[in-house]
Design a protein around this ligand. Sequence first.
Ligand code: ADP
Length: 218
Amino acid sequence: MPLSARQQKIAEIVRQTGFITGQQIADALGLTRAALRSDLAILTMSGVLDARPRVGYYYTGKNTLGMLQEELSSITVEDIRSVPIVVSGDKNAYDAAVTMFLEDVGTLFVVEGTEGLLQGVISRKDLLKAAMNPGTDLHALPVVMVMTPLSKIVTISPEEPAAAAARRLIDNEIDCLPVVTVLEKQPKKLKVVGRVTKTNITRLLAELAEGKGGTYHS
Ligand code: ADP
């Protein structure tokens, strides 16, 4: 919630003065103490000001942008991830297209074995490209021929900040990141534990804007 002009003025007075009582703020603004009560309540509840008994109000140094940044930095990939939608590496491109429709997703992770180790990523466009090749039979085309292979895949870990996922999606111009835990570094063995898409990031933004950021830590 943005601060009103009067609330911003109060915050500025307190910032410049250091410690100041409610009565002194009221005097500076030519208002009564009672008229300021709700503004001071909002300023202390939102963390812009803090109050100490017998001393008065002081400025915490936080502005609303700083508070949003602080809130965001504590939200992790774990908090916003969706379940991964996968296709087994022994399936064909037609199976992959069917899974995309049934699961209503734009990206699939290709996995192998009982552990669900990441092998590749298939996007809508990968399938479209394959389908446009003259004479291609999607039923006869293994998914491993269509996917982006493991060596090129950009991933994220559950404990990384959600903002890092947003940055990685933008910088790599992709829609989806596999959320992985590293089982082995060399040779690379990644267990798929989730996915983060642009939709997860958009939902987070919408919920923060609606003041629901706190629900991520419950
Ligand atoms: P689309 O192009 O279908 O809208 P993307 O932009 O996500 O979907 O995919 C573009 C290309 O990047 C595709 O070839 C896809 O296989 C690949 N890709 C998708 N996600 C990743 C990822 N996390 N890491 C590396 N490559 C990816």
